[in-house]
Design a protein around this ligand. Structure first.
Ligand SMILES: Nc1ncnc2c1ncn2[C@@H]1O[C@H](COP(=O)(O)OP(=O)(O)O)[C@@H](O)[C@H]1O
Ligand SMILES: [Mg+2]
Length: 241
């Protein structure tokens, strides 16, 4: 079995708002799976279910063959999940190094000395080794995004969940985030990457899943999905009818 993480028949409602009806997905080992879908489709909700912030109304989340649907977020962090948030939320009054260390100390249970060494390695990996002593609040947007990824990596995850890390960046900056995600993959991680920017999905993923109307509408190779009638219908209405 090549799947590291899968979601089976996931549904969730908030009051009468049925956001997800039935979602199935499978993330393979060392794969980057892109998730696209209109605003409000439930992409962030799905990520929150995968990492344990939300519990689904129905369905299950399977990680390395084990049902983790009801496992707490702290436990999932320990067994191998890292995630970024759509709006980066670093500790503004802490330095870049301290921000990364927090994850290693509390998430991965390292001593302060071990965590510092690890945080320096991560800072170098995400290209922020020249900013170690800066307060996070002083960083520009691209650097905040890099730090957000660094924080997610600080617990040594097997699966990295990215929620629109490319949002708000310039064309060149988007290119550098694509390169960083490729580096993460080259290090053996599996990634789920939600993004609106078409280029990130075409250049940075192995497969793309379209989430719309509460379900996984289509999943396949990036080019195929982007050119599919399903994507055309969801984003532009069905012109062929
Ligand atoms: N914790 C929550 N409580 C109630 N409704 C929520 C909650 N989180 C998300 N929603 C609703 O779920 C829907 C999907 O939101 P979201 O997953 O953020 O969409 P997107 O695909 O843009 O990331 C929205 O209608 C939102 O209002
Ligand atoms: Mg979202």
């Amino acid at each position: 079995m090549n799947e590291i993480l899968s979601a089976k028949d996931i549904g969730i409602s908030f009051g009468s708002n049925e956001v997800l009806k039935s979602v199935n997905l499978a993330l393979n080992h060392n794969e980057v799976l892109g998730i696209i879908g209109p605003n409000g489709a439930g992409k962030t909700v799905l990520l929150n279910i995968l990492c344990g912030i939300l519990t689904p109304t129905k369905g299950s989340v399977i990680f390395e063959g084990q049902d983790i649907t009801h496992q707490k977020i702290t436990e999932r962090c320990r067994i191998g999940f890292g995630r970024t948030f759509q709006v980066p939320r670093p500790f503004e009054k802490m330095t870049v190094l301290e921000n990364i260390m927090v994850g290693s100390v509390f998430g991965a249970g390292l001593t302060e000395k071990q965590a510092k060494k690890k945080a320096m390695e991560i800072a170098s990996f995400i290209g922020l080794d020249h900013r170690l002593t800066w307060f996070a609040g002083k960083l520009g947007l691209l650097e905040r995004k890099r730090l957000e990824i660094g924080r997610a990596l600080s617990t040594d995850p097997k699966v990295l969940l990215l929620d629109e890390v490319g949002g708000g960046l310039t064309e060149t900056e988007v290119g550098s985030i694509i390169d960083l995600v490729k580096k993460v993959k080259a290090n053996g991680l599996s990634v789920i990457w939600i993004e609106h920017i078409i280029r990130t999905m075409l250049e940075g993923t192995d497969r793309i899943l379209l989430l719309a109307n509460g379900t996984d509408v289509i999943c396949g190779l990036p080019q195929e999905v982007m050119q599919s009638k399903e994507v055309r219908e969801v984003y532009m209405g069905n012109e062929d009818k």
